[in-house]
Design a protein around this ligand. Structure first.
Ligand code: GBE
Length: 481
């Protein structure tokens, strides 16, 4: 079972631990059509009535495109060591491939220079869901040429920014892109193919990552940077940890979540055995001419296997898992798993329906990943808590961070997992995708009703600053919450 552990280890983190915050281009920048930027699938998705719960858009968002110097000051005030942000593909290549947009390149060069001037290391995500519409018009992640298009874009970024950027994340949460963008249609590009399109998209996303990784190590190795991928996963706890079938279902759930994208890259160039077996079998029983889960070519498998310098994990929450045979008529990624994954009523909630407070999960997923993928360097590239009120006195967020970080520290100190850094999601309240501005994840509030988008530090930003200053041990935080 799971028990909130009272003992706060709270010892010092390893000396060179990378304390950071994370954001994403579409969620904070605004300036959606300024300075030669091309149109992305999100610029279009937000204009379709009903797609965004509060009818808002990222047209202006936090206006970080114009306020980036102020943002960097917020980071410096916290003593941040590193900042994870994403580059908008359409600012660099407005049409996805072909001609470059110098104004867009200059924006990111200025941001990076501002970070370096404040001794903050840039950690750059190449793709955080904002695909150029011009590429979507050619099939987007369903067109197998997308791996080449992405490689071309990655090469431009390595060339333009690689002298200053040493930590590259190719894709952010391809699982989310796939499930919500090509499965349920709840995110851009809003396609519906939960048992079909999702597996075509995932195959091309994995290929795209690997092509970019190989390009870096072939032609930019002299920059001495590292290239990895960021994958999101919820911890899967067996509903009954003494029941073998529950334990097996939990393992299946993690393989369908994290393994879906990690297995080919960090193990053997192929999809996890349980995905191959279940989806092939169900496809046959569903009378399909071939499996809904594509095979990588031999050539691609060799390119994909080992294409990593680290593993980025976005971790938020957990599920309780038990087996449940699905209806063979139900063609979907969820039905393919033959399980149910509810969340406990006992767990504290948040401002997001899917985010329950489960600190034990971060220690377990870190141990699972280290055991499954070997001693690879791991970064927690996102972890955070939402509320709807946007309290400046955000005690719940401090509680969340205190306990998740304590469990992560146990994974490092007691379990020997090599976690190298941690990026809190997020620096500031921003556009939470289809939830608009109703769910707030920031350590800083943003006044969305003012054209100046004033930022206000929340208590959690001060708490995080003390944590960083003490490198983990915070005298002044009472152990009671
Ligand atoms: O079947 S449900 O729909 O109930 C379960 C869905 C679970 N997912 C987990 C990942 N989350 C996105 C995480 O998304 C990440 O975390 C941040 C906060 O959301 C985002 O703002 C970041 O852009 C993103 O990288 C969306 C919901």
């Amino acid at each position: 079972g799971y028990v909130y552990e009272e003992d706060l280890l709270y010892d010092h983190f390893p000396g060179d631990f990378k304390w950071g915050c994370a954001t994403a281009a579409y969620q904070i920048e605004g300036a959606w059509d300024e300075d030669g930027k091309g149109v992305s699938i999100w610029d279009n998705f937000v204009r379709i009535p009903g797609n965004i719960i509060d009818g808002t858009t990222g047209d202006v968002a936090c206006d970080s495109y114009h306020k980036y110097k102020e943002d960097v000051q917020l980071m410096a005030n916290m003593g941040l060591k590193s900042y994870r942000f994403s580059i908008a593909w359409t600012r660099i290549l407005p049409n996805g491939i072909g001609e470059r947009n110098q104004a867009g390149i200059d924006y990111y060069k200025n941001l990076i220079a501002e970070l370096k001037a404040n001794n903050i290391e840039p950690a750059v995500t190449l793709y955080h869901w904002d695909l150029p519409q011009a590429l979507e018009d050619m099939g987007g992640w369903l067109n197998d040429s997308v791996a080449d298009w992405f490689e071309e874009y990655a090469r431009v970024c390595f060339e333009e920014f690689g002298d200053e950027v040493k930590l590259w994340i190719t894709l952010n949460e391809p699982h989310e892109t796939t499930i919500q963008g090509y499965g349920t249609g709840t995110m851009a590009p809003g396609k519906h193919g939960l048992g079909t399109l999702v597996y075509i998209a995932s195959t091309n996303l994995i290929r795209a990552h690997a092509y970019a990784y190989r390009a870096y190590h072939a032609d930019f190795a002299n920059q001495n940077g590292q290239v990895g991928i960021t994958l999101n996963v919820g911890w899967a706890e067996p509903m009954d940890p003494t029941n073998e079938t529950h334990i097996e279902a939990a393992e299946t759930n993690i393989q369908f979540n994290l393994g879906w994208f990690a297995h080919a890259i960090y193990k053997n160039g192929k999809y996890p055995d349980v995905m191959r077996q279940k989806i092939d079998e169900k496809s046959y029983l569903q009378g399909l001419p071939e499996s809904r889960l594509p095979q990588f070519t031999e050539e691609d498998s060799l390119i994909i296997e080992g294409a990593h310098d680290f593993l980025g994990i976005n971790f938020y929450s957990s599920n309780l898992v038990y087996p449940e045979i699905s209806d063979i008529e139900d063609i979907s990624y969820y039905a393919d798993q033959d399980l149910a994954a509810p969340q406990s009523e006992d767990w504290y909630g948040s401002g997001s329906s899917w985010l329950k407070v489960t600190p034990f999960g971060i220690r377990r997923i870190l141990n699972w990943a280290a055991k499954e993928y070997g001693d690879v360097d791991i970064y927690i590239t996102e972890n955070g808590f939402s509320d709807r009120q946007g309290n400046i006195d955000d005690l719940q967020r401090i509680y969340y961070y205190k306990h998740y970080l304590n469990q992560m520290l146990k994974a490092i100190v007691l379990d020997g997992v090599s976690v190298k850094g941690y990026y809190a999601w997020s620096l500031m309240d921003n556009m939470e995708w289809a939830m608009g501005y109703t769910e707030k994840f920031g350590m800083h509030a943003v006044n969305m009703s003012s054209p100046d988008r004033e930022r206000t530090p929340k208590e959690s930003s001060k708490w995080y600053g003390r944590l960083i200053a003490e490198n983990g041990y915070v005298e002044s935080v009472s152990p009671c919450f």
